[in-house]
Design a protein around this ligand. Structure first.
Ligand code: 13P
Length: 255
């Protein structure tokens, strides 16, 4: 049985004080939750303060990006060691916004993934097709390319420590989520790829999250799918009410 994950990707939102206010409310209202991994991914500047605020709670910390070198002349970048230094446990890698706006390639994603694993961070690796890919029936080609590119050179053993997030680009921030069946189809495809390349036990263990307009209104139907093991949430993670509600709806008696 895979443990559910609900991760909030705050993107470029929240000052330190706003972030603290948000996690304070979340941790108060979710303190009894034991069966779900709850993760928040604030902006870099708020990571340390948030880490102190959630210390001892059931909320864990993730970053939204990293660079693959440890130190050096890489102006504006943050290393995996620095993320560990501010108590991060997870890091999002290859988000579609990074791929499209900042031109991150599969090669970047692969390097970042390896650097995260080497440092003991749990990568949340994002994959997903654009609307035009889907319209041209290229969804599975794009997903294969993202998965193969990201996981190139990794061992089955290393795969045990990663999380994959399927985020169709057309569903991100649009209010238009993939239908549970559309999402399940891609999740099953990803799990089959992992089975074929790394073996059935790794695939069975791997957690695959769905992301793209997840909200309290649709989370139960999405989570009811057999290969969907949680959600990577943008907009609905920016308000305590909606995030708390989302997590609660995913508790075992919920979905
Ligand atoms: P929304 O939930 O706002 O669609 O964002 C999804 C996302 O990109 C999470 O990483």
């Amino acid at each position: 049985m895979r443990r559910l994950v609900i991760a909030g990707n705050w993107k470029m939102n929240k000052t330190i004080s706003e972030g603290l206010e948000l996690v304070r409310q979340m941790s108060m209202e979710l303190k009894d939750v034991k069966d779900i991994d709850i993760i928040v991914c604030p902006v870099f500047t708020a990571l340390y303060s948030v880490s102190l605020e959630i210390e001892g709670s059931n909320i864990e910390l993730g970053a939204q990006n990293l660079f693959w070198k440890e130190t050096g002349a890489f102006t504006g970048e943050i290393s995996p060691v620095m993320l560990k230094d501010v108590n991060c446990k997870y890091v999002i890698i290859g988000h579609s916004e990074r791929r499209s706006i900042f031109k991150e390639t599969n090669e970047f994603v692969n390097k970042k993934l390896k650097a995260a694993l080497k440092t003991g961070l749990i990568p949340i690796v994002c994959v997903g097709e654009r609307l035009e890919d889907r319209q041209m029936n290229k969804t599975f080609d794009v997903i294969s390319d993202h998965i193969n590119g990201a996981l190139q050179g990794l061992s089955a053993d290393e795969l045990k420590d990663i999380i994959i997030a399927y985020e169709p680009v057309w569903a991100i921030g649009t209010g238009r989520n993939a239908s549970p069946e559309q999402a399940q189809e891609v999740h099953a495809f990803i799990r089959k790829m992992i089975t074929d390349n790394f073996g059935a036990s790794v695939a069975e263990h791997l957690r695959i999250l769905y992301g793209g307009s997840v909200k309290p209104e649709n989370v139960e139907a999405i989570m009811a799918q057999p290969d969907i093991d949680g959600a990577l949430v943008g907009g609905a993670s920016l308000k305590a009410d909606s995030f708390v509600q989302l997590v609660r709806l995913c508790l075992p008696q919920g979905c």
